[in-house]
Design a protein around this ligand. Structure first.
Ligand SMILES: Cc1cc2nc3c(=O)[nH]c(=O)nc-3n(C[C@H](O)[C@H](O)[C@H](O)COP(=O)(O)OP(=O)(O)OC[C@H]3O[C@@H](n4cnc5c(N)ncnc54)[C@H](O)[C@@H]3O)c2cc1C
Length: 430
């Protein structure tokens, strides 16, 4: 088994941005982090004729942006009804409408920039883990269908086999407008497009400190020297870490939770189609959520869920994910697992993405496991805000999220949260 992402095995090559040339002394914009957020911001700003320097402490793209499941939903963790209860129905409508806009914009972007990344709007089936969950989904589908662009319908348990060959679920909801892509191919295309637009990207360049007042230019201090920046955008999301001073403000407001993914051996396209007749993206309503899908060649199945590990998957995580897969498809209990890896997913306490400015520095983060659509879109939005050109603000723009009490970037409470969620799922199953 390979302990590296299935998505790294592409011809385009991901490590195209080298760090051997000297850092420039000055740039109009410095962006910290070269994932979807940072590169999308860099592309947007470069195309307005400004000089842009993107700094990444590792290899660009090797964090969440090429470790994800590739499901392109543009939704947020909270259902429309939960978000309405928390923030009001107008806000919920605005967020769910922006999700549609962001997803359509992703498809338009890939077409215009000729990024071939196997993007397909296959629809997503979310299996209900209890009859009560199915009823809740029915109400949610009715509500979603009142918002332009949403196409939700319910599949009762009696018809479920036409969607997925399992007896685990009590029916489920299909959202036809959701789809998936190949994260590695998308990242390679985005990187090439940003570089072609003039963005300069430095790998292995770790930002350690940012010095300056809220109205002045900033000195960005790195392990390879300092750069004077007109404006700074932080795009480090769930990889901000706990080591450096500059990340302190964000890491106190963002929880990095690990998610682990397995990909099966090649099963053959007929087997995959037999198990997933509509070849959609899939999920479930469990608190300890699983997401799964066919790979773009449709000959393997990918499944992701919680991780027991922080850095490298252990045998325990592999066994746990394989067991989840076998609960859905008992036929796969004996198959081999060919790939396993993990990565960090960023959550604000409210589980809502966030765009804000603090001390003259701009931030976009907290996509809660839905960054394939949101990170590119909100990278673009934060760039427009920083340049002062955005005439259409995002619903997520606002004051910084509140600081999480007793927390400084090390999520010590996650094992307890996972145990609590696991207990709630167990009660639900009973
Ligand atoms: C296992 C997994 C599965 C997921 N599945 C899905 C999915 O199916 N669908 C979906 O929509 N989303 C999914 N996501 C979420 C999605 O991948 C992320 O939201 C998105 O990639 C975030 O992009 P980003 O650019 O903000 O952050 P990242 O891609 O994580 O980039 C942050 C960058 O900041 C750099 N950095 C950090 N500190 C410094 C520093 N001090 N100096 C310089 N650089 C620094 C890092 O090296 C990194 O390259 C998943 C995530 C994971 C981990």
């Amino acid at each position: 088994m390979k302990y590296s992402p299935f998505w790294w095995e592409i011809e385009q090559g991901l490590a195209q941005a080298a760090g051997e040339v000297n850092l420039p002394l000055e740039a109009d914009y410095v962006i910290v982090g070269a994932g979807y957020t940072g590169l999308s911001a860099a592309l947007t700003i470069s195309r307005q004729g400004h000089s842009v320097l993107v700094l990444d402490s590792g290899v660009p793209g090797f964090a969440a942006s090429t470790r994800n499941g590739g499901i392109c939903s543009g939704q947020i963790r909270l259902s429309h009804s939960a978000l309405s209860a928390k923030c009001g129905i107008d806000y919920a409508d605005a967020v769910y409408a922006e999700g549609i806009e962001a997803r359509l914009d992703l498809a338009k972007f890939c077409a215009e920039e000729q990024i071939e990344c196997d993007l397909q709007m296959t629809g997503r089936f979310t299996g209900a883990m209890s009859p009560k969950d199915y009823e809740t989904q029915c109400r949610e589908a009715d509500r979603l269908n009142t918002i332009d662009g949403h196409k939700a319908f319910m599949v009762p348990k009696s018809d479920q086999q036409s969607e997925i060959k399992t007896n685990l679920f009590f029916g489920g909801m299909v959202r036809e407008e959701i789809g998936g892509f190949h994260p590695g191919k998308f990242f390679a295309g985005l990187l090439k497009t940003a570089q072609a637009a003039g963005a300069v990207i430095h790998a292995q360049t770790c930002v350690e400190e940012i010095i300056g007042t809220s109205t002045s230019k900033k000195t960005v201090v790195t392990n390879r020297g300092s750069v004077l920046a007109g404006k700074v955008i932080i795009a480090t999301n769930a990889y901000t870490g706990t080591k450096y001073q500059f990340g302190k403000f964000l890491r106190r407001r963002l929880v990095p939770a690990q998610s682990c993914i397995i990909v099966t051996e090649a099963l053959g396209t007929e087997t995959v189609k037999d198990l997933m007749p509509k070849l959609r993206m899939y999920g479930n309503t469990a608190k300890l959520y699983s997401y799964f899908r066919p790979t773009p060649a449709r000959d393997r199945i990918l499944l992701g869920s919680r991780s027991f590990d922080r850095h490298r998957p252990s045998a325990r995580s592999v066994a746990y994910l394989h067991q989840k897969l076998a609960q859905i498809f008992p036929e796969l209990s004996g198959c081999s697992i060919a790939y396993c890896w993990l990565g960090n997913v960023g959550f604000t306490r409210a589980q809502i993405p966030t765009l804000f400015e603090n001390d003259g520095i701009f931030y976009a983060a907290g996509y809660a496991g839905s960054g394939t659509v949101w990170a590119r879109w909100l990278g673009k939005k934060i760039a427009e805000t920083a340049m002062g050109t955005g005439n259409q603000p995002s619903a997520f723009w606002g004051p910084p999220p509140p600081r999480i009490p007793f927390y400084d970037g090390n999520p010590w409470f996650l094992p307890a949260v996972h145990r609590y969620f696991g207990f709630k799922d167990w009660i639900k199953r009973r």
